[in-house]
Write a protein of this length. Structure first.
Lengths: 425, 479
């Protein structure tokens, strides 16, 4: 047998000194990584996502520094913002002066005691293990029992390549919304240069609590972004999570949500807007372990130029999870002859009294819609752009933070309006 | 679960008799000598022996696939009898009177219309018994039209040029573990050739039966429809009850040239093992059709009710411009049965269209998975697919899974997929009952309604048989 060369990425990351705290968990992750290679397309979970461009790169750890985040500031979250640069806490860019009493919103390294739920959720993969083994810092959100946080909590992860060598960052986020509490959380990833960000977010929504979680991924076009979300939704709780992806050369999002007690509700939305030779992959897993939980999942992708979109949505209904109501929708819009969409909505059902459905549709803009707009005097190029924007817009309309909604609409508009000016002149 | 449902699904296998016929077989196990023996026994030309050996050598490099959602103890190749033929009479029978009466009684028990009088339905039957073709009815009538319908061995003797041209052209010897195994050891099967412009005047049919306890069945079917030809082909399968698992690894290849159309219907009722999952057939089958010419059409319809393990994906390769692929399937699993079945639609040509309708019914402790692939290649301008997969669960210990793979690489393609899951509700049963319809009939009606989209694609006699079969299979299970 040929000796396998150790994955340079895992070896590179693990050669770093083990940061303090969570020793047992870090050891567990290291054990899981032992002998592990960078995933290949021969693995079912990575069938459509080829990490070859990543294979030969060597990454150095990104350093702590300050960042100019003026463009990212949300007016609604002026006093409730945490900023991390390359996975390190950036105190000068952060501002947590306006928090309701009892709400904990701080960096993890300062709160080892409070973060006892870290690493307790199920589901992991190669990149999540890398993160757990060597993450430096991250954000901790604890909303105590019955507290309703009105202002959105804003966490910004900035990643920057320093010098010639690509860098890596391991940002982390732990959110606990206690019984009957409610909050809106905005998690943002952005950066410049070539780097690898392997992020992990853990979310616990306890009994009757509510959490709206907006995730915005606008990494640089040369970035490799891997983001694992592990969530647990308890009795009568409602968790709404929306992931909007614009950036990254290769990006992958793997939400793993466990419906842990009766009456839990989940809304899981995703939108990916791709161009160039970007590849965006979403592998979601919703695990219905108990009766009477509800899932609504809607995923949309727009693939332009030579981009590739992958969606694998798995809904699992365990034995005894009667009364489960799970619906999943995946829609893909292909805008260019070189673009490609691969999708696999999976249903695995082990209980008979359930309502489960999924639908997947891949196609192009509705010719009748285009014709209608043209019959109203609209230029064909403009009509296409209007319909493309509309395809994405309904997911954005539900974002509760006004400034964020506006910002994202503008980004989508800018991305979908190529050729509009020419059409109008 | 109410008792009526349990009664319906508790039903045992009704075709589990064995027929005592002297058979001629090789010792269990597989090596090149066994392949040479089979080939020599059948008096095959060298190229076919080469084909077999090439397949065998490739097979040695393969491992059994494990990706399917089924769990079983892998069949031990060393214990399988790779050749088992009913002891040959001096010459091939000219009329049915010459066939071993014991064999005919077997088919009578099965209700196969092998008897010419019985074949009023106009079905020409090729009967394959433990992989060796026994008799073909209606041959002369078909020959008038220039249609060749005979056993595979006969085709190799009489029409070697045709067999050589098309054998392995759709499912190459290197395709997968079981297809390679089949290519190495297949003993017989059916061959069907419809010449240019001919519409086959009657449905063609093959009946398969495994009779020997240790034997595997490895039959090979090859159907070629030339330009403008059309044919409807039916296939039925049963096996006696044994408490060991038997392997059935068949390969079916269809080739449709310009404007040709092939309709392939299967009612599969291999022995599924008993209530506790002992025995039963491992049904690992590779079926693939190639729409080679423009406007060609291939349609698969299957009713899968038997086998302990089913691993089967009848596929269409849509190469010709405007070609059409269809897949209509009802898969029913009960007790400990496991099925992982579905289809592949590979769109290569312009304006190719495909439709997938799959209905899965699981009862008892069974597991029923739909696994499908719709692939649109960059050159398949204007490709169109519609898929619908519905599952029905009867009882709370079974499972229904859906794994549809959709890969689209062409901007003008349109692909849609829908899947739902439902159950037979107490309320539905109550409604029927208060109209004076007993639960069993109600269940049968609900199931038939659920499967209607598929049943109406079946040829008449098959539709009747399928409806009855589902009823039988579910007897004692719903509640």
């Amino acid at each position: 047998m040929v000796a396998l060369e150790a994955a340079p990425l895992a070896a590179g990351v693990l050669s770093r000194l083990r940061p303090s705290g969570w020793e047992a968990l870090r050891a567990r992750a290291e054990a899981a990584l032992d002998g592990q290679e960078l995933p290949t397309t021969r693995q079912e979970d990575w069938k459509y996502t080829d990490l070859a461009p990543l294979r030969d790169l060597e990454f150095a750890p990104g350093a702590a520094q300050d960042a100019d985040i003026a463009h990212a500031i949300l007016p609604e979250a002026r006093g409730s913002r945490l900023v991390f640069v390359n996975g390190h806490y950036a105190p000068h860019a952060s501002n947590v002066t306006n928090l309701p009493a009892g709400v904990r919103f701080l960096n993890l390294a300062c709160a080892t005691e409070m973060a006892k739920d870290l690493g307790t959720l199920s589901g992991s993969d190669f990149f999540a293990d890398l993160n757990l083994a060597r993450f430096q810092d991250g954000a901790l959100v604890v909303v105590p029992k019955g507290v309703r946080v009105e202002a959105p909590l804003h966490v910004v992860f900035v990643n920057r390549q320093e010098g010639a060598a690509p860098t890596f960052a391991l940002p982390r986020l732990l959110v606990v919304v206690e019984r009957g509490a409610s909050a809106i959380l905005v998690e943002e990833h952005q950066g410049t240069g070539t780097y690898l960000a392997s992020a992990v977010a853990e979310v616990i929504v306890r009994e009757d609590a509510q959490l709206t979680h907006e995730r915005v991924q606008r990494e640089s076009d040369q970035a490799f972004h891997f983001s694992h979300l592990a969530a647990r939704v308890e009795r009568g709780a409602a968790y709404a999570c929306r992931t909007i992806s614009f950036g990254g050369r290769i990006s992958r999002s793997t939400p793993h949500v466990v419906m842990a007690a009766e009456g839990a509700e989940l809304t899981l939305d995703g939108l990916a807007l791709l161009g160039g030779s970007q590849l965006s992959d979403t592998h979601s897993f919703v695990d219905h372990t108990v009766p009477h939980c509800t899932t609504r999942q809607s995923h949309k992708v727009i693939a332009d130029e030579a981009s590739r979109a992958v969606f694998n949505g798995r809904v699992f209904v365990r034995p005894g999870a009667q009364g489960t109501d799970a619906q999943q929708q995946c829609r893909g819009l292909l805008l260019s002859p070189k673009a490609r969409i691969d999708t696999k909505p999976e249903l695995e059902i082990f209980a008979d009294d359930v309502k489960c459905a999924h639908g997947a549709a891949i196609g192009q803009l509705d010719p009748e819609g285009l014709f209608y707009l043209q019959s109203r005097g609209m230029d064909p190029a403009l009509a296409r752009n209007v319909l493309t924007y509309a395809f994405a817009a309904d997911l954005l309309a539900r974002i509760p933070v006004t400034s964020l909604r506006r910002q994202l609409r503008q980004t989508v508009l800018a991305r979908t309006q190529s050729g509009t000016l020419e059409a109008l002149s | 679960m109410s008792t009526s449902l349990q009664q319906v699904t508790g039903q045992e296998y009704k075709y589990g008799f064995t027929t005592d016929i002297e058979s001629d077989s090789v010792p269990p196990g597989l090596d090149e000598d066994v392949i040479r023996f089979i080939s020599a026994k059948k008096g095959e030309p060298d190229w076919l022996l080469e084909f077999r050996l090439k397949a065998y050598r490739h097979w040695l490099t393969l491992t059994e696939p494990e990706w399917a959602n089924v769990h079983y103890e892998k069949p031990d190749v060393r214990k399988i009898v790779f050749y088992s033929a009913p002891k040959p009479k001096a010459a091939k029978h000219q009329s049915l009177d010459e066939v071993d009466p014991e064999l005919l009684r077997t088919f009578e028990k099965l209700g196969v219309p092998i008897n010419e009088q019985k074949a009023l339905a106009g079905v020409a039957v090729d009967v394959v018994f433990d992989s060796v073709s026994v008799t073909t009815t209606y041959k002369t009538r078909l020959a008038e039209e220039g249609i060749i319908f005979c056993s595979f061995s006969e085709a190799v003797r009489e029409h070697p040029e045709l067999v050589r041209k098309y054998l392995g052209s759709v499912v190459p010897t290197s395709d997968n573990y079981y297809a390679a195994l089949n290519s190495a050891v297949f003993t017989d099967g059916s061959f069907c050739f419809i010449p240019k412009g001919v519409t086959c005047p009657m449905d063609l049919s093959t009946y398969f039966r495994i009779n020997n306890k240790e034997s595997g069945q490895f039959e090979r079917t090859l159907i070629v429809a030339e330009e403008g030809a059309s044919v409807s082909y039916l296939e039925g399968c049963t096996a006696p009850q044994f408490d060991v698992n038997q392997l059935h690894a068949a390969v079916v290849e269809l080739v449709a040239l310009d404007d040709a159309s092939i309709k392939y219907s299967t009612v599969q009722n291999w022995y599924a093992g008993d209530k506790d999952g002992v025995g039963g057939i491992f049904n690992f089958v590779t079926k693939r059709g190639l729409c080679k010419g423009r406007n060609a059409k291939i349609s698969w319809t299957q009713v899968e009710t038997g086998s302990a393990i089913t691993w089967k994906y009848p596929s269409c390769v849509l190469l010709g411009e405007n070609s059409v692929g269809e897949f209509y399937s009802v898969a029913l699993t009960n007790h400990k049965q496991q099925a992982d079945t579905g289809t592949k639609m590979i769109h290569l040509g312009r304006n190719t269209r495909s439709t997938i309708i799959s209905k899965g019914i699981s009862a008892g402790d069974s597991s029923n998975s739909y696994r499908g692939l719709v692939k649109v290649h960059p050159k398949a301008e204007g490709a169109r697919n519609f898929s619908q997969c519905d599952s029905m669960l009867i009882g709370s210990r079974c499972s229904a899974n859906t794994f549809p793979y959709i890969e689209v690489q062409n901007v003008s393609a349109k692909v849609e997929h829908e899947a739902t899951t439902s159950k037979i509700g107490e309320e539905q049963l109550f409604y029927f009952q208060q109209r004076g319809i007993p639960p069993e009939d109600a269940i049968s009606m609900i199931i038939n309604g659920f499967c209607k989209d598929v049943f109406r694609e079946l040829p008449m006699e098959f539709a009747v048989e399928a409806t009855r079969l589902l009823g039988l299979k579910l007897e004692g299970s719903v509640g």
